[in-house]
Design a protein around this ligand. Structure first.
Ligand SMILES: Nc1ncnc2c1ncn2[C@@H]1O[C@H](COP(=O)(O)OP(=O)(O)OP(=O)(O)O)[C@@H](O)[C@H]1O
Ligand SMILES: [Mg+2]
Length: 523
């Protein structure tokens, strides 16, 4: 009997049907992958299985018996734990506090020592390294993800649901997570996980269900299918894997970075003397494992973080605050012609309660395109937004709903639409396709090449080596705040770059799960 089952589940938001008679089942010991385009209804479905949302129709069954969850707490008590797409941690609390939160012993007494000991024990057992006393707000996203996973393990959940757990993990962390998932499956747990990365689906799942526009369009056995088949079911047509990229017409240097030093939030030197030039008409890719100074580099370039020393000059303008004759701010940098797709869309890219239309002009409010004398012309904003929404395939195609109501990938499309629509001198794109489905990622790749071909200098920062290799004209490898080497496209291979990304040392002994093996569909 399936340990968990959804039977003809329906979920509507107003007149919109997000789940239309969706059924699935998963057995103990099984890993079920759920795939589908952005907005297909994956998170909605999982939120119902974990008690956060309530179905309008249909039934959830556990071991064949219908169950109803009033709240996530109900679901947790029945053994269902979920790691959400957007973290639900409390930033000011420590790792141990977050893990134990809501599950303190019934006498209400929080035994800090005991909590820290349990967290240590669990993290050792599952290879999820964490400092129990670290404050969550000081952790990089990859580690925050571990806290979420540890929380679900701490609850002792029998059914574990992961919503895009690998979106913020490094390839190494992903491999480690998959070892954990396999281990849990061996112990008769049921695992359901969502991902956009088909190589992950192939590497770790037993079964797959494919959702499209709220309906199940395919149920597959992993060993009997291929990435191509899954992709075409997801999108409803054959997906062409490659980006068409003519040779670049490289122009003048647009940005010149000299001996740049930048500190992290913790006051540690994160960028250690970087020299780089980015030319108009080229895509310069920064390859690196996350947390090697990319974030600080990008924030310094965009005026969000002061540099300790060195310079970055955009044509005539000194980009860096604290180091310039003209005091530079994020707004000035933008005015000077820098567009920026931040890696953390919900933190920096969007104001979630604002409408899609308002988010599409965020930072551009004072542009003469939209306002005169400080007064916003709403009809201009609306018509601008109505042009971008279909062009970027933002679903549902509405400009008047809060950005927070969009699916994760569609939120990302809003940021991209806004930043790509300007005609910048420099476009900085940090992890631009994180959380995007295959079709949308390909669309973004095409737009990046288009920007390049119109003469923009494009700085692409990505943890996906595939993406860097497919798009970059030059590749700079960053490791511990230093550039380890710069290569022309075609002059280097994946192995060489991968080696430099880890500091040139032999990579740690590979785990048994091989992520590179299956053919990649994504370009
Ligand atoms: N609270 C809400 N109010 C209104 N509409 C919503 C709400 N939550 C989700 N939706 C809509 O339901 C649809 C499905 O969203 P869901 O988050 O389930 O997609 P998803 O498959 O997880 O996509 P992604 O891959 O982008 O995360 C989307 O069109 C979304 O806009
Ligand atoms: Mg989702």
């Amino acid at each position: 009997m399936p340990s968990i089952q959804a039977v003809d589940i329906v979920k509507r938001f107003g007149s919109f049907t997000a789940n239309d008679k969706v059924s699935l089942q998963a057995f103990a010991g099984e890993i079920l992958a759920v795939v589908g385009e952005n907005g297909a209804g994956k998170s909605t479905l999982m939120n119902m299985l974990s008690g956060l949302l309530h179905p309008d129709d249909g039934e959830i069954r556990m071991q064949g018996t219908p169950v109803k969850f009033g709240s996530p707490r109900d679901a947790i008590e029945r053994g269902i734990g979920m790691v959400h797409q957007h973290f639900m941690l409390i930033p000011v609390l420590t790792v141990a506090e977050n893990v134990v939160l809501g599950h303190e012993p019934s006498n209400g007494f929080f035994d800090r020592r005991e909590a820290e000991r349990r967290v240590d024990e669990l993290s050792a057992r599952y290879g999820l390294k964490l400092q129990p006393r670290a404050r969550v707000e000081n952790l990089p996203v990859g580690l925050q993800q571990r806290v979420e996973i540890l929380k679900v393990l701490y609850w002792g959940s029998e059914i574990l649901i992961f919503d895009e757990p690998t979106a913020v993990l490094t390839p190494q962390e992903t491999r480690e997570l998959f070892v954990v998932l396999r281990e849990l499956a061996t112990h008769r747990r049921t695992i359901i996980f969502i991902t956009h990365k088909l190589k992950e689906v192939m590497a770790v799942s037993d079964k797959i269900i494919v959702l499209r526009t709220g309906k199940v369009v395919g149920e597959l056995i992993t060993s009997e299918t291929s990435p191509r088949e899954i992709a075409s079911l997801m999108v409803g047509r054959d997906v062409l894997p490659t980006v068409h990229k003519p040779p670049p017409r490289i122009g003048e240097p647009i940005v010149v970075i000299r001996d740049l030093h930048v500190q992290s939030d913790l006051g540690v030197e994160a960028v250690k003397g970087i020299d780089l030039e980015i030319h108009g008409g080229e895509i310069l890719g920064i390859a690196g494992v996350e947390g090697n100074g990319q974030t600080e580099l990008v924030e310094a370039l965009t005026g969000l973080r002061p540099a300790t020393s060195g310079s970055a000059t955009l044509k005539a303008l000194d980009l860096l605050a604290g180091n310039s004759t003209v005091k530079t701010s994020a707004a000035k940098v933008r005015e000077a012609g820098v567009a920026y797709v931040p890696e953390d869309r919900r933190e920096r890219g969007l104001v979630l309660p604002y409408t899609v239309a308002n988010n599409l002009i965020l930072g551009l409010e004072d542009s003469p395109k939209f306002s005169r004398g400080g007064i916003l012309n709403f009809s201009k904003v609306r018509s601008w937004a109505r042009g971008l929404v279909p062009r970027y395939d933002i679903r549902p195609p509405r400009t008047d709903i809060p950005a927070g109501n969009l699916s994760g990938g569609n939120q990302q499309k809003v940021v991209l639409a806004r930043e790509f629509s300007e005609d910048p001198l420099l476009l900085i794109a940090a992890q631009p396709t994180r959380g995007l489905d295959i079709g949308a990622a390909q669309f973004v790749h095409e737009r990046l090449v288009e920007k390049r071909d119109s003469g923009t200098a494009v700085l692409l920062v990505s943890a996906e080596l595939d993406e860097i290799l497919a798009l970059s004209d030059r590749i700079a490898v960053i490791y511990e705040g230093e550039i380890m080497g710069i290569f022309d496209a075609g002059e280097s291979n994946e192995e060489q770059i991968g080696l430099l990304m880890t500091g040139g040392e032999e990579r740690a002994a590979e785990q048994s799960i091989d992520l590179e093996a299956p053919a990649l569909v994504q370009g």
